[in-house]
Design a protein. Structure first.
Length: 369
DNA sequence: AATGCGTGGTC
DNA sequence: TGACCAAGCAT
């Protein structure tokens, strides 16, 4: 591995022994990911596609690698270049994103693609500041894209890095207040030489070794300098503020089926919860089960038949929906009628797929007829 | 600064 | 099995 031995750290004040230990570990133990260029190929001059790095980073915001992989592949199949994404119908992008969650990301993804195509000639800005000004790109993503795609010396801090740093330096102060202090530690560790590999090394370490529960400290390349390990309890860090209790909200959802085998759908407004996504008609979602969750409150009169309930847990509340179904002639103007066989191609969030499955058990069967 | 914003995997 | 939590952003 000559690319390791020919590198000259002596002139790099940022390349502490901790940094070098992490990079050496990354060279051996890095994860293979669809959007990633291996450190060996990177050392030979191969650069990752900024479009791929950006797309993967947005998908990975608060989302696991496992969940992202198939979506990343699907998006590249549908829209191989950022210009393709910029000119794609927004509904198509929302439909492709359905199931991944945090749907503002999909709306901003589309806006960002349009901005890059319109104002940057189809090329991403190659600095942290330039990237930071784009929709859906914040502190983390701007630093990650700058470092990984453009080899800029940007200090990347995500949940993984917070965990690694808080343990390495035994930082007892709770998040998010301790974030600026931790960020400064990352700045000091980030090398001029391989900032992108260093960021990915920190995140891989956090994902595979320095895990939230039962960290594999025996395998850690920097266990000899970890202050939390020296104190014999790395798992207690980082300290986070206590979470608030999740309230319960109640509502009713109405699955209307036409004689032609279509379901009545409508589009949610662009802002707020599930913004811009597709749904079946529902009542409002209220804190109390107060009689407003019955068929009397359906958007129109029909022979509504109860088909049980669906519970879905969102980030900040738990939703319990009573589900109703009725055979209805196509006379409603509250939305559009979609063939059951085409529901899989709609921008239906998971909670709505649950509702429709409750009312029509085989709705999402492969090759439904 | 605190809150709103999804989902599925893990133990 | 329910609580935790995963490569955060916008406001």
């Amino acid at each position: 591995m000559p690319y390791l031995t020919t590198r000259d750290f002596s002139s790099d004040v940022s390349a502490t022994s901790t940094t070098q230990a992490l990079l050496a570990w990354y060279d051996k133990h890095h994860r293979e990911l669809p959007w990633r260029v291996s450190p060996k190929a990177a050392a030979q001059g191969k650069r990752p596609e900024p479009y791929h790095i950006w797309l993967s980073e947005v998908m990975l915001q608060q989302t696991t690698v496992t969940a992202v992989k198939s979506y990343f592949t699907k998006f590249l199949d549908l829209w191989p270049r950022i210009e393709d994404l910029a000119t794609a119908p927004t509904e198509d992008v929302m439909a492709a994103w359905a199931g991944l969650g945090y749907y503002a990301r999909a709306r901003n993804l589309k806006k960002c693609a349009e901005a890059v195509a319109a104002h940057h000639g189809g090329s991403f800005p190659d600095t942290e500041e330039g990237l930071r000004s784009l929709p859906g790109i914040g502190d983390y993503t701007s630093a990650a894209v700058a470092a990984i795609a453009f080899n800029r010396q940007a200090a990347v801090m995500d949940g993984n890095v917070e965990r690694v740093i808080s343990r390495l330096f035994a930082i007892d102060a709770p998040l998010p207040g301790s974030k600026p202090f931790m960020k400064q530690r990352v700045v000091e560790l980030t090398p001029v030489d391989r900032p992108g590999d260093f960021a990915q090394a920190m995140m891989d370490l956090g994902a595979t070794i320095c895990t939230p529960k039962r960290p594999a400290c025996a395998l850690c390349p920097i266990n000899d300098r970890c202050l939390a390990l020296a104190e014999h309890d790395p798992e207690r860090l980082p300290v986070k503020a206590a979470k608030k209790e999740k309230p319960v909200r109640f509502g009713a959802a109405f699955v209307a089926v036409s004689p032609e085998g279509e379901v009545l759908l409508r589009r949610r407004i662009d802002s707020g919860l599930l913004g811009g996504m597709t749904e079946v008609p529902t009542t409002g979602w209220t804190a109390r089960q107060d009689g407003g969750q019955t068929a009397e409150h359906a958007p129109f009169t029909a022979e509504w038949e109860s088909c049980g309930a669906v519970t879905h847990v969102f980030t900040h509340f738990e939703l319990r929906l009573s589900v109703f179904r009725a055979a209805v002639t196509r006379d409603s103007d509250t939305g559009w009628w979609e063939p059951v066989t085409n529901l899989h191609a709609q921008a239906l969030p998971t909670v709505m797929k649950k509702v429709i499955t409750q009312a029509i058990p085989l709705a999402f069967r492969k090759h439904a007829s």
